[in-house]
Design a protein around this ligand. Structure first.
Ligand SMILES: *[C@@H]1O[C@H](CO)[C@@H](O)[C@H](O)[C@H]1NC(C)=O
Length: 328
């Protein structure tokens, strides 16, 4: 009777000990692998402070994060790199690998990690940097638009491997004002994906777009330079209702005409290095109203197109400056 009571009590104590929050015995636990008589054991124990308040909890937290999520800093790529690479010296590898338990967690790629994390409902801000309402995901091996906090106003996801944008990717992000996806591999954007009420800047140069999706009326700047945009890829009247559009950068594409009509708000139109061969008379000016002056539009680039601009004098009479290009 007494023995079974004693056993029960012991079981209870053991149970309690195991149920204790990890930081209570975290310090001791971390020492365990070294307790087996390694050379630096005494040194480590010498500096061990049993007072929890002095114990470095931040390193415990750091270690926990690394154990759970994998190390997000570049040095963990060490584990997946061949030892012969010049990026990391063998010395560093050893230093990183040695006593730490978290190095056992390998990170196949940030992208698959992110997918795994977000599938568990964990926030993008563990992988990207979130400062205020800006989200910075540059150069993070992303293959998709990551799930974003509701309050996001600026998204930077430059130099990743994103290949498409789907309708749900920016769903409900009513405060999103700037999307910068420079230098990805985006070939398709689903038609309704970018109809956001406050989107002012869509910056998407150096991708593989052949067509543009529907654009929101709030847009001020569209930068789609260095894509594969073709004339057929721009819907008729795409820009007509963009009453706030000021900067339209479509240089280095495959456009064979100037996308009209252009909103009167437009200040800058870059179409250099396309396949434009002609300019209809009413492209910039109202052919019926010769007194009209279009003051805002003072920066038009048409250089690098197979067109002789001096053949279309009637197209420029309302402009404050002639387009840049070849007149000979
Ligand atoms: C461009 O047009 C002008 C005016 O018609 C003409 O004098 C000039 O030779 C043309 N240049 C070329 C390269 O066709």
């Amino acid at each position: 009777m007494r023995i079974s009571a004693l056993l029960g009590l012991m079981a209870l104590v053991i149970q309690e000990a195991q149920a204790m929050p990890p930081w209570i015995n975290g310090g001791v636990k971390q020492k365990q692998p070294q307790d087996e008589g390694t050379a630096y054991n005494s040194l480590e124990l010498g500096s061990y402070d049993p007072n929890l308040e002095n114990y470095d909890l931040s390193s415990y937290e750091e270690q926990t994060i690394k154990t759970v999520y994998g190390d997000l800093t570049p040095k963990t790529k060490v584990g997946t790199l061949a030892p012969s690479t010049t990026r990391v010296s063998p010395k560093m590898v050893t230093a990183t690998m040695a006593p730490r338990t978290w190095t056992a967690v390998t990170t196949p790629s940030i992208s698959s990690l992110l997918n795994a994390l977000t599938a568990k409902g964990l926030p993008t801000c563990l992988v990207c940097v979130c400062l205020g309402t800006s989200v910075y995901c540059d150069d993070a091996d992303l293959e998709n638009i990551p799930p974003l906090p509701q309050e996001t106003t600026y998204l930077y996801a430059r130099f990743n491997h994103i290949s498409q944008i789907q309708t749900g990717d920016f769903k409900g992000l009513r405060k999103l004002r700037r999307i910068d996806l420079s230098g990805n591999s985006i070939s398709t954007i689903e038609d309704d994906a970018l109809l956001l009420p406050d989107l002012q800047e869509l910056i998407i140069p150096e991708n593989k777009l052949v067509s543009l999706p529907k654009l929101p009326g709030s847009l001020v700047r569209l930068d789609a330079q260095l894509n594969n945009l073709q004339g057929s890829g721009i819907l008729p009247d795409s820009f007509r209702e963009l009453k706030k559009l000021q900067f339209l950068y479509l240089s280095d594409n495959k456009l064979d005409y100037i996308p009209v009509p252009l909103p009167s708000s437009l200040r800058s139109l870059h179409l250099q290095n396309n396949h434009i061969q002609t300019i209809p008379e009413d492209t910039f000016c109202d052919a019926q109203d010769h007194k009209q002056i279009r003051r805002a539009l003072e920066d038009i680039r048409l250089d690098g197109n197979p067109i002789n601009l001096s053949l279309f004098p009637d197209a420029y009479f309302c402009l404050p400056r002639l387009p840049i290009g070849s007149y000979t």
